[in-house]
Design a protein around this ligand. Sequence first.
Ligand code: FE
Length: 353
Amino acid sequence: MKNLLKNIAQCLAAVALLHAVGATPTLAEERTVSLYSYRQPFLIEPLLTKFTATTGIKVNIVFADKGMLERIRAAGANNQADAVLTVDIGRLYELKLAGVLEPVVSKTVTANVPAHLRDPENLWIGLTQRARVALVSKSRVKAGELTSYEDLASEKFRGRICLRSGKNAYNIALIAAMIAHHGQESAKKWLQGVKANLARKPQGNDRAQAKAIAEGICDIALANNYYLALMLTNEKEPEQKKWAAAVDLVYLNQAQGQSGNHMNVSGAGIVKGAKNKAAAVALIEFLSGDEAQKIYAEINHEYPVKAGVPRSALVASWGPFKEDILDMEAVAKNRDAAAKLVDEVRFDEGPTS
Ligand code: FE
């Protein structure tokens, strides 16, 4: 009996040792995580390299530019993705509504990410913030001439604004935030006013709006802040430096009593039924931590969500600003209403319709 107990004790010690070195089958499975990413390789690869070096967990990544939700749904119980990484509150919310996410249970994550930048049940977690700022012509817009989103509907800007499609996710989120702040009716009037001020039919991406300002087509545009930084530092396509050099960045709604500049997020979630859940949690913990937050800031000039992590030097040079701290969930809930407004005012038909 004594020998039997001794044998059992030895076996338990051996199992504990195997666990410690990660050699048991259960742990071996946990040493890999499969990730679907909407985010681009130039940004994600340095983050994942650091993650694997730090934790020993390998990452299988599939880069997708669309159809993430459809893939997860189609795979059903055979789904291979443990975690998803994407941009825009709309996409995160869509995954949540589709019921394909499960809560990220982690004290590290909830300590790193402020509550207004994650789902109330932690189904999605914001990992970076981006500001939708005004880009204004250096030569044709005076300092202080444009100070708020509301101003974009003012008659003084008739024929002077360029925007990408109202249906673009970044613009939808902004319009949804306007609905959250002012209500549906006021937001509709505002959108009609902005449409009347357009210099041309909505078209192109955010960078194309800066190009249009450089070409003298319009004086004012909206863009996510990181596009200005990526244009200013673009060695591969130096013409983008010229577009960027023609504009100043203006943070909007900064006055006392105003909402602050509209913010959006990129974020992550864990896929329901993830086979490597512990590894997926470890990945999101890592991405919300100091090291990864700094990489996000340096490479893509987004704003870290974790307090105390510095912005990139370029972004910091734009100075401090007041963020709109509207709950992302409130923005997400108004997205359908925002899309409806864009249709109702026929925003994408341009100024003359
Ligand atoms: Fe973008």
